[in-house]
Design a protein. Structure first.
Length: 472
């Protein structure tokens, strides 16, 4: 019990710091409402926190808080913690209310259930009609839309059954919606699992999916974009280099973009881009071009912009794809145009990191080293990429003593860090193949050819193109 009590101030502070200004304003009214609470101390406590949030000041210490809320009483730590706990519950109550209030469909579906349970026929029919009209007008047709549709259909069937009405209960429609909802959600989740597995080599059990996924090829459910998009996404993620499935996915993504909310679109684009990058790392020019097109679409439609910010990982990946295509001018323009969209605490390092990559590709090793020497990446993967970049600079500058020491330190670095299986294998392979290239006997064509074949056949190797270029 003591552990729970001790953590309450931390949880309350964290919750308060996550509130937006308009939420703070609404909460000031909410905590004063007699419908919510009659306790003035809760309203007083929140007002103290609210004023601090408005003025960007630190929250007072507990003793000072207690004196403001209970001015005529001696300090009582347990009483203050209890009030904090009650305020925490009131804030959570408001957030629940605000979420439901903002979602008209959810609000009406909850009302519909209440009207059915109380057998208020006129209200039920009126609300059901309102939901139908709202759903028909709005463009979204993602899995969540079909979840709402199923709830509406189920409530209608239960209402009809309870009132012993003859006629069609629309049971087939309910069954069809159930299929669409299950298939779209199951495939969506499977695509997330596959994207995660590609990096972390985690084994997932896909349940019944493997048994029926190919039977969907001629199913009418593929006419539903929420099923078809994730179906083709699943197929191109599981069947290597299958352009047919990827093209169908791309067509559906372009045609039905307005049927999906921004966060879901972002995940669809990311799944496709990450797949393109993996194929790019294996030497596919076609998928590199597709990745670049996807990035440009995402920037144009601002799918990648969230709260006026661009993820540094998206920033890094776009530069990587652009450099592979030797679009140096476009990459430089992108860095300049979008650097202000990066989170401030990552902005400087991200820009320097990508300028170093750009200058390396332009063969300006001095400028690349200058950028590399002015920052230390916080992200482990970027630390690995930075070390790889140094490796390549030393190799191409014929700085073989530096390169030999760097390779040994790099391998030690990988052993001592908690990196994913994919990254451990990939960067270890890069080190191994560079060492083999350095040890090739001059003029030995047979050994050179054997090494070329080994590099081409290595499944996990992001620097395949560069390594093969060294053998020319």
């Amino acid at each position: 019990m003591e552990i729970i009590i001790n953590i309450l101030p931390i949880l309350l502070t964290d919750l308060l710091l996550g509130l937006k200004k308009d939420e703070v304003r609404q909460l000031k009214k909410y905590v004063r409402s007699p419908f919510v609470t009659h306790r003035e101390d809760i309203a007083k406590l929140f007002n103290v926190y609210a004023n601090c949030l408005y003025k960007h000041k630190k929250f007072p210490l507990k003793a000072d808080l207690f004196e403001i809320v209970y001015p005529m009483e001696p300090f009582d730590d347990l009483k203050l913690r209890s009030t904090m706990s009650d305020l925490h519950k009131v804030i959570e109550s408001y957030l629940t209310f605000a979420i439901i209030h903002a979602d008209e469909t959810e609000r009406n579906l909850l009302l519909l259930r209440w009207f059915r349970q109380r057998n208020r026929e006129k209200h039920f029919l009126r609300t059901a009609q309102k939901i139908k009209k709202s759903q028909s007008r709005q463009p979204l047709r993602n899995p969540d839309f079909f979840n709402d549709q199923l709830r509406l259909q189920s409530e209608a069937a239960m209402f009809e059954t309870a009132n012993r009405r003859a006629g069609n209960l629309h049971l087939q429609e309910i069954g069809d919606t159930m299929d669409i909802l299950y298939l779209s959600r199951k495939l969506r989740h499977a695509c997330t699992q596959l994207s995660h597995r590609a990096v972390f080599k985690t084994d997932y059990d896909f349940g019944l999916l493997n048994a029926w996924v190919h039977s969907l090829a001629n199913s009418p459910t593929l006419k539903v974009p929420a099923v078809a998009l994730y179906y083709y996404c699943y197929l191109f993620l599981t069947e290597k280099y299958n352009q047919e499935y990827f093209r169908k996915f791309r067509h559906l993504l372009s045609t039905h973009r307005e049927n999906f909310p921004q966060d879901e679109l972002k995940n669809l684009y990311r799944a496709a881009i990450n797949y393109c990058i993996r194929q790019m790392n294996e030497g596919s020019t076609e998928f590199t071009l597709e990745g670049w097109k996807l990035f440009q679409e995402g920037l144009k439609t601002e799918i990648f912009i969230e709260h006026d910010q661009l993820s540094r990982f998206t920033f890094d990946n776009l530069v990587a794809v652009g450099l592979r295509l030797k679009k140096y001018t476009e990459v430089e323009h992108f860095i300049e145009q979008y650097k202000s969209k990066l989170a401030e605490n990552y902005r400087s390092d991200t820009v320097k990191f990508n300028l170093a990559r750009l200058e390396f590709d332009r063969k300006d090793y001095d400028r690349a080293l200058h950028h590399l020497n002015t920052f230390q990446p916080a992200d482990l993967v970027n630390q690995l990429i930075t070390r790889t970049l140094l490796l390549k600079i030393y190799y191409e500058s014929d700085a073989f003593d530096l390169l030999d020491a760097h390779l040994n330190n790099f391998r030690l670095f990988i052993r001592r860090r908690e990196v994913s299986d994919y990254h451990r294998l990939n960067f270890s392979n890069i080190i191994t193949f560079v060492k083999k290239e350095l040890s090739l006997p001059p003029g030995d064509r047979q050994e050179r050819e054997k090494l070329r074949v080994a590099i081409e056949n290595e499944p996990v190797l992001t620097e395949r193109v560069w390594l093969l270029g060294n053998l020319l």
